[in-house]
Design a protein around this ligand. Structure first.
Ligand code: GAL
Length: 570
């Protein structure tokens, strides 16, 4: 691994806010002469050559594509992106290749990565004169015979620090990146169980009803999540219990803990004028509000102390051990409700930088608020160098193919992602979604907008129990995978190409992934079908459920279960 400095980099970059940041130079085949650097009026540009058969993976939680070769990827924090632009609520300026190296750009800017562009000196690549009659064909990435240029543009900046990481395969490269940010996160075993989030408007009796239903019916459930209704005001937030819906919050919390539950509270960081911390936070907040609430500058220790101190004294101390840190992404696609990119924060950060750093800074603040209690919480945004935060990403989208692509891509970038189940239009859809979330880092049923527990209308509690009990059985193995993540940086979910970088068959596989040490999971995305194609890489495998043996290769597979295989021999 080697850091290259070009020009004069900005000071307010992700590594400056990452407590566990740990860079040690090792041998590296790249040298400064491989790059060309310039600044323009708009920012800085770094370029180098890549071979035309380079595969490029990563850039955070990308939901619509896998190999980014030939594409433009803008790492801009933006939730609910409808198309493949690079916009994501967890964009990360780090990518890996199938050529033994990856690169991390230490920037909080909305950097643009042109992953293979032609210059006049590159000559013509596609010599075909064939007339294309669809826009897909017309604009498809062209194959080039020669090397092409990788061009990175970092707006505003006059320089950039780039970390080149080399490794024997992609898992090795990603692990080094994760270790550079302080290692994978530490999570308690209970947090890997089932998390059920209740309807946002429920009162204490309705929450208790859900808690009792789960126990009486033997439905595995370890954590209950309370959504906005627990606050006196939720958009923006007060962080004060609503006494109409929750007259005796401590009594409810004690009761749920007695029943064996952990409790997770929803919130976001925009502070309502009625909140007890509003006045104290005012001098440490941005010059724009969101939903009438302050946007605290969590890069400042004072703001973190006020926000975290309040949580510690009022919520963590009463038994809460998880939070859902919502809305820290913002979205141009849902009305642009968040703070402007030109916002000024008291620390000197601007809105663009804060959007890129918000997730990590919010997670850091909440870890302080949790006062060292073990947790696996949730967050709606994360950026660079985030591996050591035990926070799982989720979204408001629901496209199952995009969710699966998110699972597969998450492993490239030091982020955790749950393809949460909210509901299903049919029983089959609900069960297929549950199967997928069971084999993911966080088994989350987010019924925040469901009038009742989503499976009641299908009368299928036995099937739900069967799926969730598989999750229960998986917990010790998943915990081991998280321990390995912490110690070595190897993420618990990996695209096939990460472990099998030499196997070209894996270069396009974004609908299967490796889970824990040696499971391969291939969820169904077509709810109507029980048959799909599977590819098993080199080694010997057996069906997770039946024990039937399989050799490496491609085949069609039919099952009502989720297809899962265990590698018995490498
Ligand atoms: C959304 C979040 C949902 C739910 C909702 C409550 O932003 O993604 O999961 O928590 O807020 O208002």
């Amino acid at each position: 691994m080697k850091k290259f400095t070009f020009g004069t980099p900005e000071q307010k970059v992700p590594s400056a806010y990452c407590d566990g940041f740990n860079y040690t130079e090792t041998d590296c085949l790249f040298s400064e002469s491989d790059f060309s650097f310039k600044t323009t009026q708009k920012g800085s540009v770094l370029e180098f050559s890549i071979a035309p058969d380079t595969k490029i993976f990563g850039f955070g939680l990308q939901l619509y594509s896998f190999d980014h070769y030939g594409k433009k990827v803008t790492v801009r924090c933006n939730a609910d992106a409808p198309r493949d632009t690079g916009d994501s609520h967890a964009p990360v300026p780090f990518f890996v290749t199938n050529k033994g190296w990856g690169m991390y750009f230490d920037t909080a800017r909305y950097a643009e990565f042109y992953c293979g562009v032609m210059k006049p000196e590159n000559g013509m690549s596609d010599k075909s004169d064939e007339i294309k009659l669809t826009t897909e064909e017309l604009y498809a990435v062209r194959k080039s015979a020669d090397d092409v240029t990788f061009s990175a543009f970092i707006p505003v900046s006059r320089g950039i620090d780039v970390y080149v990481i080399e490794g024997k395969n992609i898992t090795d490269i990603v692990s080094q990146y994760n270790m550079m940010s302080g290692g994978g996160c530490s999570v308690p075993e209970w947090a890997l169980g089932v998390l059920y989030r209740c309807n946002g408007g429920y009162n204490d009796e309705q929450i208790l009803e859900v808690a009792e239903y789960m126990r009486e019916n033997g439905v595995p459930c370890d954590i209950l999540g309370l959504e906005p209704g627990w606050h006196t005001h939720a958009y923006s937030c007060t962080y004060v219990w609503n006494k109409q819906r929750f007259p005796q919050p401590k009594k409810l919390v004690d009761r749920l803990i007695d029943m064996g539950y952990h409790i997770n509270l929803w919130e976001h960081a925009f502070v309502h004028p009625d909140s007890p911390i509003y006045n104290a936070l005012l001098p440490y907040s941005a010059d724009y509000c969101v939903w009438g609430g302050l946007v605290p500058d969590f890069s400042l220790p004072e703001a973190r102390e006020i926000f975290a101190g309040y949580h510690k004294e009022n919520l963590t101390s009463m038994g809460i051990d998880g939070f859902k840190a919502d809305e820290c992404d913002g979205s141009d696609y849902t009305g642009g409700w968040t703070f402007p990119n030109h916002t000024q924060f008291p620390s000197g950060l601007d809105g663009e930088q804060y959007h890129s750093l918000f997730g990590a800074l919010y997670a850091k603040t909440m870890m302080q608020g949790l006062d060292k209690k073990p947790t696996m919480s949730e967050i709606r945004s994360m950026g660079a160098l985030g591996a050591s935060y035990p926070f799982v990403l989720y979204s408001d989208l629901s496209n199952i193919t995009a969710f699966l692509t998110g699972v597969v891509n998450s492993g490239f970038s030091g982020i955790l992602w749950t393809p949460e189940v909210r509901d299903g239009a049919t029983k089959k859809e609900l069960i297929r979604r549950l199967q997928m979330v069971t084999f993911s880092v966080q088994c989350l049923i987010n019924a925040w907008s469901c009038p009742e527990i989503p499976w009641l209308k299908f009368n299928c509690v036995d099937e739900v129990k069967q799926v969730l009990s598989i999750r229960k059985a998986l917990v010790p193995e998943l915990k081991k995978a998280f321990d390995r993540y912490k110690e070595t940086g190897v993420p618990p979910v990996r695209a096939l190409v990460m472990d099998y970088t030499d196997d070209e068959n894996t270069y396009n596989i974004c609908d299967e992934y490796l889970f824990c040490e040696d499971m391969l999971v291939a969820p169904f995305t077509d709810f109507e079908s029980d048959t799909r194609e599977i590819y098993l890489p080199e080694g010997e495998w057996e069906d997770f459920f039946t024990g039937e043996k399989y050799k490496s290769g491609r085949f069609s597979f039919t099952s009502e279960n989720i297809p899962v295989f265990r590698r018995t021999l490498r």
